[in-house]
Design a protein around this ligand. Structure first.
Ligand SMILES: Nc1ncnc2c1ncn2[C@@H]1O[C@H](COP(=O)(O)OP(=O)(O)OP(=O)(O)O)[C@@H](O)[C@H]1O
Ligand SMILES: [Zn+2]
Length: 617
């Protein structure tokens, strides 16, 4: 993917209240047998096909070239939520998608077939009223907001494979077929219902869960009392099966502490829920009753399956299922855990379809302690951040600073400090000064193979251990720790070069000169490994590092995780001219640029949409 964003970015303010220590949870996570089973399950559905010996919880397991099976047999299918188009995307929507893209890129490094699904959820009352408020038709409104998501994903280097819109014809066909299957199974009936409804959640609420004045605890708006004659899904019939499923597969819900919450909901008794609306026109008509439309959640969840269909294929469940279902991983925010871990499995059981292998509910990006969201309007604008700091900075910051699973608050000061310290200094500057020395003393050419240069060298061992650590963290979805492990390689490289001081060895000449030339090769090899190991998180930056090391873009695209092994750089390889790969964010320049960039960003959002192909490139 070509680099589109400038890296001499400037500054901003956010900050993260680091919450629970995810690493503690993760170490507990791997103590139980069941959880080992889970790792086996996830890995066998992902990068490896040989089962538990690759499980990243067996800390002593290391793997060799021959162990890796670059199998294409089973796809790794992962999904983000289909974002509700009541308003344009914000940093919260971007957060899930960046994490999913990172996981997809990591899986692709094992030459696994990956199907990364994202998209937009476009039906329902809230969409109809958002369109009305804009003076546009629901269709026009959906087209425009859905396009804003695609543009943002392009800006953030999100390489999705499928983008599903719930207004796509193929989706509608599948929802109707699914509804008919559930009906045929005797799980849909008609009844009157009266309850308190939160339009922002698009959900009837249990009065016990509400705040004063019947306010929704997440959206803080009063719920409205509604009475309707609806079709209901017999969720209560699935209580026992759901309980058993979670007992048998405790890792179905991740992180593990979210499982208790889900089990609590189920234990408190599952109530049937209404799956149609008589008062909403903007939706898929209920088969055989066009006076009602299908409830937006019953419709949207099916998007994970309809996305698997190619546009040219006849839209039916069987074809879609055979194209990659069940999903390996649903990545969602904890706000929609109930829909994914209770409603969705029960719906799939009713239709006789397999359950996804895992649902991971991450935490919230918050503002003043409240979930950042479209309905509350307390959002951070990701396009603005990307224009000011570049996609790599945005991707790295949120994945590094928010433990995946926990909540995190944002500060622009923290953003600037982290990005300058980690990407500009530890990694960017290490590369730049090493290449500068190589140019001055060795005509930018490597004097020795990196494998020979590092014989008996402790840095080589450190780098290999850290790269392996990063791999395990990626597999466990510990994305912040994966960043940390790669950053440690950079730190070790800096300590090494400072300790060896090749600049003075070069001046001494003779064997000292040779040692210095060797040291540069060693440090550049460490940087090559960084460029691969960090590529799922900062793909554009890593491409720039790789090309500075004398490789082509095609060579970068062809790397696999296996290339993180020491020894890639060979004698005679010519490095590119040193050119900073990541400029420091300077506060004064940034202050000037911030306003300009915000204008540019808002203009861009209003531009005529590019073709689908361009957006997906
Ligand atoms: N503050 C946030 N932090 C982390 N993820 C978020 C945040 N807000 C939204 N998301 C992501 O978007 C999903 C919800 O999508 P949705 O389109 O409903 O956005 P929303 O902004 O939460 O909407 P609303 O504010 O109307 O509830 C979450 O499950 C999560 O994946
Ligand atoms: Zn609500």
């Amino acid at each position: 993917m070509a680099c589109r964003v400038q890296h001499s970015m400037q500054n901003s303010f956010w900050f993260l209240s680091s919450s629970r220590l995810y690493s503690t949870i993760q170490s507990q996570k791997f103590q139980s047998k069941n959880q080992k089973y889970f790792c086996k399950k996830l890995l066998s559905s992902s990068s490896f096909s040989k089962g538990v010996r690759y499980c990243s919880c067996s800390a002593t397991t290391s793997y060799t070239d021959a162990d890796i099976n670059y199998s294409n047999a089973e796809a790794f299918v992962l999904t983000t939520p289909l974002y509700y188009v009541n308003a344009p995307p914000h940093m919260g929507s971007a957060y899930t998608t960046i994490a999913a893209d990172t996981i997809a890129r990591f899986q692709r490094l094992f030459r696994k077939k990956v199907i990364f699904i994202t998209g937009t959820d476009e039906h329902g009352e809230k969409i109809a009223s958002a369109a009305g408020a804009n003076g546009s038709s629901p269709r026009e409104h959906c087209d425009s907001v859905s396009q804003a998501y695609k543009l943002l994903w392009r800006d953030l280097d999100i390489a999705y494979d499928k983008f599903i819109r719930t207004t796509d014809t193929k989706h509608e066909a599948l929802v109707k077929e699914f509804y008919s299957k559930v009906l045929a199974n005797g799980d849909i009936y008609r009844a009157d219902y009266e309850g308190l409804y939160c339009v922002n959640c698009e959900e009837y609420k249990d009065e016990k869960e509400l705040l004063e004045n019947n306010c929704c605890s997440m959206h803080l708006n009063p719920c409205v009392r509604r009475k309707e004659d609806n079709y209901f899904f017999a969720l209560s019939k699935y209580q026992k099966r759901l309980e058993d499923t979670l007992t048998e597969n405790p890792d179905f819900v991740q992180p593990s502490y979210r499982l208790n919450e889900v089990q609590g909901w189920i234990k408190s008794g599952l109530r049937d829920f209404s799956i149609s609306r008589a008062s909403v026109d903007w939706g898929i008509a209920v088969p055989n009753d066009d006076k009602q439309t299908i409830y937006v959640w019953f419709d949207a969840l099916l998007g994970y399956i309809s996305a698997l269909l190619d546009d040219k294929e006849k839209p039916n469940l069987q074809t879609a299922i055979s194209s990659g279902w069940p999903a390996s991983l649903h990545l969602i925010g904890k706000d929609i855990l109930r829909f994914h871990a209770v409603y969705w499995p029960a719906m799939l059981m009713s239709a006789g379809l397999s359950l996804p292998k895992m649902v991971f509910g991450h935490g919230f990006l918050t503002k003043d302690g409240l979930k950042m969201g479209k309905s509350l309007g307390n959002t951070l604008e990701p396009t603005d951040l990307v224009h000011r700091f570049g996609s790599d900075a945005v991707r790295y910051f949120f994945l590094k600073e928010v433990e995946f699973g926990s909540d995190g608050d944002y500060s622009e000061d923290r953003f600037i400090n982290i990005i300058n310290a980690h990407l500009a200094n530890t990694i960017g500057n290490l590369l730049n000064r090493t290449l500068g020395l190589l140019k001055k003393n060795c005509q930018s050419t490597l004097a020795i193979d990196s494998a020979i240069a590092a014989e008996g060298n402790a840095l080589k061992d450190t780098v290999e251990i850290l790269a392996e650590k990063a791999r395990k963290h990626y597999e466990n979805l510990e994305l912040s720790s994966a960043c940390e492990a790669v950053l440690e390689i950079g730190n070790a490289g800096n300590v090494y070069i400072d300790g060896q001081a090749p600049w003075s060895l070069f001046k001494q000449g003779g064997s000292a000169f040779e040692t210095a030339a060797k040291d540069l090769v060693i440090v550049l090899e460490a940087l090559r490994i960084i460029a691969i190991a960090l590529s799922p998180i900062t793909p554009s930056l890593c491409l720039r590092i790789y090309t500075q090391l004398g490789y082509s873009e095609d060579q970068f695209k062809a790397v696999t995780w296996n290339d993180t092994k020491w020894g890639g750089l060979k004698c005679g390889q010519i490095m590119a001219q040193p050119n900073p790969v990541f400029g420091r964010i300077e506060l004064e320049t940034e202050a000037k640029n911030a306003g300009e960039s915000a204008k540019r960003a808002s203009k861009k959002m209003n531009k005529t949409p590019k073709t689908q192909k361009a957006v997906e490139a």
